[in-house]
Design a protein around this ligand. Sequence first.
Ligand SMILES: [Zn+2]
Length: 282
Amino acid sequence: MRRLLATALLPYAKLRNALSPGLRILMYHRVARLPAYDQLTVSPERFERQMQQLAAHKVVSLEEGLRTLRAGPLREPMFAVTFDDGYLDNLTAAAPILERHRIPATIFVTTQFCDKALSHPRYGDIGEQRLHLDWDEVRRLARTPGISIGSHTRTHPYLPTISDSLAQQEIELSRAEIAAQIQAPVPFFCYPSGDLGPRELALVRQAGYAAAVSVAPGVNHANADLFQLRRTEITDRDDEAQFRLKLAGAFDPIHQLLHARRTRRFAQKHLKPSTSYEATKL
Ligand SMILES: [Zn+2]
């Protein structure tokens, strides 16, 4: 149904891209072969095909994308690739594919996942297999041409629910910790679950980041708020035709409606004291 709607919207999306091209930031999490469909996981085969398709377009690093946005209206559509949570498979499965297609990417790591003190609650205990990158692996990725490391907080909290001082630590300290580990600046931040309010926006600016990404769907133009850049979520269901529709932005109006509904529901839940991080996940 959504695909049919998106197909119907394609001519409009193409016209919009021609008249007013933007920077589209793709959002990935894991690249792995799992026994069942998982919204945050794309199989290596699917990822390879998507990158092959993407390589026909202008793909830039987040840094170059940001420079272009700051310089004024874009001349052609641009794409950037991001990964959230710092999964080990970003190094073992995604990095070789990115390298093969010469596609730059930014990986947002959560420092206590790299410390092996915490792990993303969605996947729980996965036995012997390690889920996240450790610091040695983060450094290896940081040294890989085209790969940059961003911050995704220290503990991956639902930021709007925690105290001012904790929120500040999550945003500021994570940046300092990553910079010390990789011996390089950390210009980008990514809000866990994309949830943010005015306080988070202020803290991210104050911490010295150059820009931050959210999960609000859509494309970014020269007038975009650099501290809540929009992204397009890519899943394992995005075969060639659907990936093309997503790159063109034909899904944007549908995803924007769904996102608005989700944001409203979160705000309602957020008012209840029993709101837990788990309950607010995707
Ligand atoms: Zn996350």
